[in-house]
Ligand binder design. Structure first.
Ligand code: PHE
Length: 341
């Protein structure tokens, strides 16, 4: 065989192999190109190599050198095609499910977050009371003793102030003004009345803290909705009809409401508030007519105005509404539970 013929065959092989590897769009195409050009038994490179033996010995060094160049070029083209397909596969794996689009597969579901059931309850109660003309008020969760106790007519020696029944914060031991995590949202009654003159009609919804043993109905943090209405001639009948509207709006028209005589230092008279629908009465909180001592503590004229206040447990309302039997479910943050609401 003439040298020129051999070199022509090599050149032609190089360009068709480089083209084939460059064009391989997937693994099977690459593999069949590999077998065709680099196959150990009957690949084209192999058969061109056989022509080497048929050359004149004087031509062999040049032909051999060129053969090795072409072989390296073809192997290089194979390797870069392989790298190209691998990085393509990586890209697809990270952006999508890997394969070509199969329109018959179910779609990839995406999960939307949602509001916590307590947050949903707070929003709904705010809306209900808003319709009754109550605007939203807020207060701090870390409180001083004036707002949590004193102004609410809870004197220094009252058992409700026992350190074992409250979460006092460290500042108390540093000899500064004692602070505590508020144990009731009634603190906000004081803050609102200190800041504004009657008529007052507000609600406040938020966290309160008590060192209770944790069980199905107790948690050391929970939420209350506090209502306060102060004006001339506000009466117990206003309290009852407001709470009835509140209960029927949230729980349904068939709810009944009951007051049981009780005692709170900051209301007089005081009642426990029970709701009933379905099976039996459930206590939701306390209420009463604002004690004149409280009105006086915030600088109101107790001869001029009267008021009512109530404080109900938000978890109880939410649990009753959704038939949740264990308060701990609300704070476990298990999405299997939370996604039901
Ligand atoms: N603050 C009381 C409690 O936490 C509830 C209450 C609020 C009672 C307002 C009367 C008036 O138990």
């Amino acid at each position: 065989m003439a040298l020129s013929q051999f070199l022509d065959a090599l050149n032609a092989l190089e360009s068709s192999a480089v083209r084939a590897f460059g064009a391989a769009a997937d693994e099977p195409a690459l593999e069949s190109a590999r077998v065709e050009f680099l196959g150990a038994k009957s690949g084209q490179l192999k058969s061109v190599q056989k022509g080497l033996g048929a050359l004149a010995s004087a031509d062999k060094p040049l032909a051999g050198k060129r053969f090795h160049e072409v072989k390296a070029a073809i192997e290089g083209a194979f390797q870069s095609a392989k790298d190209r397909l691998a990085s393509l596969a990586d890209e697809e794996a990270s952006t999508d499910d890997g394969g070509p689009l199969d329109p018959t597969l179910p779609g990839t579901p995406f999960t939307l977050g949602r509001l916590h059931p307590i947050t949903q309850t707070i929003e709904e109660l705010t809306e209900i009371m808003g319709r009754l003309g109550f605007s939203l008020a807020d207060g701090p969760e870390i409180e001083d003793e004036w707002h949590n106790f004193e102004a609410l007519n809870i004197p220094f020696d009252h058992p409700a102030r026992d350190p074992l029944d409250n979460f006092y914060v460290a500042a108390a031991t540093l000899g500064e003004k004692p602070l505590l995590l508020r144990s009731q949202t009634s603190t906000v009654q004081i803050r609102v009345m200190e800041a504004a003159k009657p008529p007052i009609r507000v609600i406040s919804l938020g966290r309160v803290y008590r060192p209770d043993e944790v069980d199905a109905t107790h948690y050391p943090m929970f939420h209350q909705v506090e209502g306060l209405w102060v004006d001339r001639r506000v009466t117990m009948a206003d309290l009852k009809s407001t709470l009835r509207l509140f209960a029927t709006s949230y729980l349904g028209r068939d709810v009944h409401i009951r007051f049981r005589p009780s005692f709170f230092p900051f209301t007089e008279p005081s009642v426990e508030v029970d709701f009933q629908w379905g099976d039996g009465w459930v206590e939701f909180g306390g209420a009463g007519m604002v004690d004149p001592a409280v009105l006086t503590a915030v600088g109101y004229d107790a001869e001029e105005v009267t008021g009512f206040a109530f404080g109900l447990g938000i978890e109880r309302l939410c649990m009753r509404r959704h038939q949740i039997t264990d308060i701990r479910e609300l704070f476990r943050n298990d999405v299997r539970f939370l996604r039901q609401f």
